[in-house]
Design a protein around this ligand. Structure first.
Ligand code: KG4
Ligand code: ZN
Length: 351
């Protein structure tokens, strides 16, 4: 087995079918991301439709990525695939496809954790984006705050008690009549609004005054969402939703960004680590990036991927598979998808 393997990464955990090919130096040779638009009319991802669409597209997406990379399937040395967390039917398509191909070619396979893959996203574009860092992972299904001392060794500091950050953006967008996915829509609409016009709650910001308190680093977005529902209903009753929509979007985004940035800065202060890495779909949010950069000041560093590598993609999966392979971990043939796969390498035992 070569020490600098060519890696093919597969991502099918939610509504993106994506395959990437990385060379032995982790450079992206080919990368295709197909976003399913089957779900748009439903205002959210329909699991059954997602699985079916992955099944229909995975072969073509892989072929296109290989063609772009000018690499033949038999030249792939290592396969990586998201095995969880995610939608079971969707995950199974990627896992079964990758197992079948890897097995047929006699190549090793690495089952990858989707959220660890988001941590690796920024490193594909910036060689400096490596531990130590405080990682804020914000996606449609997860909100995690962790301290990475080195790759594969993570201290989990906090997570959401209810909705994920991206889920809150999606739900508020739906409420305001915006399309799915809601994050970019909210960000766009909020530009036209005044974030101070409606002061919305900052859940769990006052709760927990020291790192010893259970909720010092945890997040909660359901209360904020409920406050937006109540505000929207009141404004609608007054017949003013048309003029207030942008202000509501701006107020919501400001509250979500404030909570995310404040908890992250708590971790920066406690650990003394002034390097912050932002990963997951919500890391594409401009105001979140700006606020973190502002609070980190001149001494701190903020790492995040470009929009293409912030959203779900096969390149981050291939990169994570390469890391796991380099530390001697490959997955046995009986590997399967796990919708609630525990985060790997947590040194404080939470999952
Ligand atoms: O990581 P991701 O692509 O998929 C999951 O692993 O869930 O994240 C998708 C989430 C969605 O909830 C979407 O609304 C959110 O990321 N998102 C954003 C933005 N772009 C995507 N949220 C806020 N602002 C954005 N610009
Ligand atoms: Zn994701």
């Amino acid at each position: 087995m070569p020490t600098r393997p060519v890696v093919l990464g597969v991502e099918t955990s939610c509504d993106e079918t994506s395959v990437a090919v990385l060379d032995g130096d982790n450079r992206i040779l080919g990368h295709v991301i197909l976003s399913q638009d089957e779900h748009k009319v439903f205002g959210g991802v329909v699991p059954e439709l997602a699985a079916r669409a992955h099944l229909q597209k995975i072969d073509a997406v892989a072929r296109e990525a290989l063609a772009e990379a000018r690499v033949g399937m038999d030249e792939i040395d290592l396969f990586g695939v998201t095995a969880g967390p995610g939608l079971i039917g969707a995950l199974l398509v990627g896992v079964c496809w990758s197992k079948a191909v890897a097995y047929a070619l006699g190549r090793p396979l690495v089952a990858v954790h989707h959220m660890e893959a988001h941590l690796f996203g920024p490193s594909l574009e910036d060689a400096e984006a490596h531990p130590p860092f405080i990682g804020l992972l914000v996606s449609g299904g997860h909100t995690l705050l962790l301290h990475a001392r080195e790759w594969g060794h993570y201290r989990l500091l906090g997570r959401t008690r209810d909705d994920a950050a991206g889920e809150a953006f999606d739900k508020v967008a739906k409420l305001l009549g915006l399309a799915y996915p809601g994050g970019p829509e909210i960000e766009r609409l909020a530009r036209e609004g005044d974030p101070t016009r409606h002061r919305l709650p900052r859940p769990m910001l006052r709760g927990g005054q020291s790192p010893a308190d259970a909720d010092y680093y945890d997040f909660s977005f359901s209360g904020l969402k409920t406050a937006v529902v109540e505000l929207t209903r009141r404004v609608e009753g007054e017949g003013a939703l048309g003029v207030e929509r942008a202000h509501i979007a701006a107020g919501f985004q400001a509250a979500a960004v404030d909570v995310l940035a404040s908890k992250t800065m708590r971790a920066v202060e406690e650990t003394g680590c002034e390097r912050v890495l932002l990963g997951g779909g919500v890391s594409a949010n401009g105001p979140l990036r700006d606020e973190l950069r502002r609070r980190l000041g001149r001494h701190g560093r903020l790492f995040h991927a470009s929009p293409r590598l912030s959203l779900d993609n096969g390149a981050m999966v291939a990169r994570t598979a390469r890391f796991r392979y380099d530390v001697g971990q490959t997955s046995p043939p009986e590997t399967t998808a796990a919708p609630d796969l525990p985060f790997p390498g947590l040194v404080n035992g939470m999952s």
